[in-house]
Design a protein around this ligand. Sequence first.
Ligand SMILES: [Fe+2]
Length: 321
Amino acid sequence: MSGSDLIKNDYNPEEIEYMLRENVNALKGSIDQIYYGLLNYLTESEQRNFLSYLKDQVNSLQDTLHKSVVEKAAHINDLNLQLSKSYKELELLKQSLEQRVKKKTREIKKVQQVTIFALARLAESRDQETGDHLGRMRMYSYMIAKELATMKEYKEYIDQKYINNIYYSSPLHDIGKVGISDTILLKPGKLSVEEFEVMKGHTLIEDRTLGDAEKQLRKKSKSFLSMGKKIAYCHHEKWDGSGYPFGLKGNDIPLSARIVALADVYDALTSKRVYKNAMTHDMAKSIIIEGSGKHFDPVLVEVFLKLEDKIKDYCMRKFAD
Ligand SMILES: [Fe+2]
């Protein structure tokens, strides 16, 4: 322990200050006594020489101190300039890295979205769907979700992330059809009761597949696949409980699946298949109105009618292409 520590331990700050002041006064007194005592022993000429000597010493000390302070200040100034330059370089590097990370993240996300859509399309290619069924149904789903987000009852629940998720995950709804045999999947006529039971299984295959994929992801990345899983699982459920695989009813059916159910049926009705012609928008609209409260969530049917012109315009594009 140092002397100053010992003093600090035994005395409070006021006592230390008092002691220091007393000691400085005593020292000053001693120096004065030596100085004036010394002057008494010197002749006038010696006193002048002595005072001149003291003056030189003081001036020399002042010069040394001044040089030292100037040098230190210049050095500190240099250091400050270097630090400021380094901070600017670091800031530029940070901005550049952030931009590169953002760009890479966007690229990876785009690759993921394209890959998922390609997978969904691959599954669809085995089916009898024609044209860009997935592209249209995901756009209808997106439009409906976006409109819901403006409504008081859904504002809290549906944000931009939800709207994006439904756009990117809804094409996965029928991916489980890859597990259904060609004889059933491509059968031109009506399916038998047994065949229809097998066909219903595509929702459960999807749930297992997407559920396994979801388990491999960290919590933050799950929302997209979680929604995809709900949609795949429940897009054949009906509002009145007469759907499959479990006959869920009303709001027990996830909202995303209710939206996709309507979008999927509307596009199937208005599209040509090898076994049927495309219905007009008005005919499909009548079927959807008829299905309100039975097949479809009545609120979603209202939203569909509100968006009718936009949906019809988008639907008509396939005839223009
Ligand atoms: Fe399906």
